[in-house]
Design a protein around this ligand. Sequence first.
Ligand code: C2E
Ligand code: MG
Ligand code: MG
Length: 685
Amino acid sequence: MLIPEKAIKDAVYQLFDAVDVLSVQGYDEERRVIYWNLGSELLYGYTEKEALGKKLEDIIFPEHMRQFVVSAHKDWLEQGIKIPAAEITLCNKSGDDVSVFSSHVLFTNEYNKHEMYCIDINLAEVRQAQAQAKFKENMLEAVFEATPDRFFLIEEDGTIIDYHAGDNKDLYAAPKEFIGKTIKDLFPDKVARKFKVYNTKAMSHGGGASFEYELTMPNGVSYFEARLSHLKAFKQVVIIVRDITEQHKAAEKIRQHAYFDSLTLLPNRFLSLDRLTQMIEEAKRNREKVALLFLDLDDFKKVNDSLGHEVGDKLLIEASNRLTLALRKADTVGRLGGDEFIVLLRALVNDRDAIEIAEHLLKIFREPFQIDGKELILTLSIGIVTYPENGNSTSDLLRNADAAMYQSKLLGRNTYSFFTKKMNDIMLRRFEIEGQMSHALENNEFEVYYQPKIDVKNGRVIGAEALLRWRNPTLGNVTPDEFIPIAEHTGLIVPIGKYVVEQALKFLNEWRNVHQRNYTMAVNLSPRQFRDKELISFIKKSLSEEGIKPDSLEFEITEGILMIGNSYIDDALDEIHKLGVKLSMDDFGTGYSSLSYLRQYSFDILKIDRSFINGITLEKEDFDLVKATIAMAHSLDLLVVAEGVETHEQLTLLGELGCDLIQGYYFSQPIPANEMLNFRFTANH
Ligand code: C2E
Ligand code: MG
Ligand code: MG
């Protein structure tokens, strides 16, 4: 049975009526709307009622396309030229663009009239998705452009399918050279192997992997970090490569800083000692002998103090270079700090080898250094220890080498010493004294003794020298000759020295009151005390507290202090002099260029050293020297004191030579304050 056309049409209409995802419109030969489904309503905004009877070109076509659609429709009706399906942009009731994919059919109805049906699929979502995809693509491009990282997209087999490099400078190769090739084709073997390993790793771990590699580029070696990410669904791997050369350099700098001395570029203390530890381990395994040389530059502080730190630094650099050049490659020279260096000698045959190297180092330091057009002489004191003879551990060897170096200093510097057991004892004693001395002041272990000074002419006591005594519960009595240098070294001499000044002035006050005599008091000052910025104000304060006039106080200093040649010492001496306190040159004759110093500084008193007084009645040389010294001192208007006078003959002779004051066991040893208060010289002379 034939179904009438009208019935079919009704069925199709019914089908489309309720469809909302497709717009189906029907038009008669005049392009008037004869059918308008729900989809059309939704897409174009016209209800069926509004649309029916309206012309196609009047409702959904934008102005500029109207003419075109009219003639295309006409061509179809009259000449059978089909309007092809196409993507077109129409407009809705509000005039907004509507993108559709439009297909068209032409029917002939029961009245032999044409009806055109348009089926439009809304492309808005597709367009949106396309736009989004485009946007993402652009964004990615921009990201590639803006980031310094390089991006590779590779197949799982390593073939490069895409490559982006933002800034095109410093590339290992141009992007086009990469595409289609494999990592193996392009990179050096070592790098390609790494890529392969991590590629496999990224794929098997179902995620990422990262590694670092280096490449030799036209301007040096560059370092890179590669991060791999497996795109499982696409069987591809994304690789992001970052140039980390700068970080690498920074890390290297930090490493350099941690292990090397920034001034001399030698291994620092940490690295030197680490190498020593390694060397001991190796020597243990191989049953070898190794040596450690502990070097200390002689009087380096003097260079720093008198010529400034800049010259000091240059000298340290030059000295380091000399040391490095003098040694074998396998040996290590390191800077322990300040002016201390360490030399590690491997695989020694015997002690002689170490001695030869020490002698060689001393020799190369004999040549003066040229710094800023100045010639500077710098000598070394060296301490030598060997493993296994002088210690089993890094710390033992270092300590013993230090002790041996100290021995070289005691021997007059510019020499080397081999470590001996005795040095160890000396060092231990030194450490013990240092340790005990740190609490000595607060424990009241110090006491100031006084040794009277007598006027040769009338035998009367005119004053005293304050001499410090230390009684320690553990060490017993320690002599000033032993503890004063250590106190100077540790700096403890500063508070201890102040204590002596206070005690001595307090005693002087009491002594004067009891005896009603205008006594003077001499106090010894160490070089280190001049570095104390409060020295002068402290002296002033101490004097005024005891109500003592400055000219009743004398400071005894040795020549050594003047040889340091530093301006702060000159300034302090000047201020002491201006204050009215007397200056006395102690131990005269034991140093060298004494005369010039006497003239240069405002000394008031000269003390001839005990060693000359001792020989004055026995050796003509000593006699002559004392005689000349007294004459010279008087010509400079200085008062002369002879120290260490023990016999009547010495006293008589000194009297004949015109010496002014005498100090020594002949009159009295240094005695405690209460004894001094009762002291009356009774010897018959
Ligand atoms: P100095 O200033 O040259 O002191 C003289 C030293 O000779 C004292 O030794 C004294 O006891 C000793 N002496 C004095 N008369 C005779 C004598 O007739 N025969 C012999 N054989 N010796 C005599 P002392 O007290 O052991 O002091 C040694 C050095 O220690 C002093 O030499 C001085 O340089 C230093 N010293 C002592 N007390 C102090 C102090 O309070 N401060 C500082 N900075 N140094 C001090
Ligand atoms: Mg003295
Ligand atoms: Mg003296």
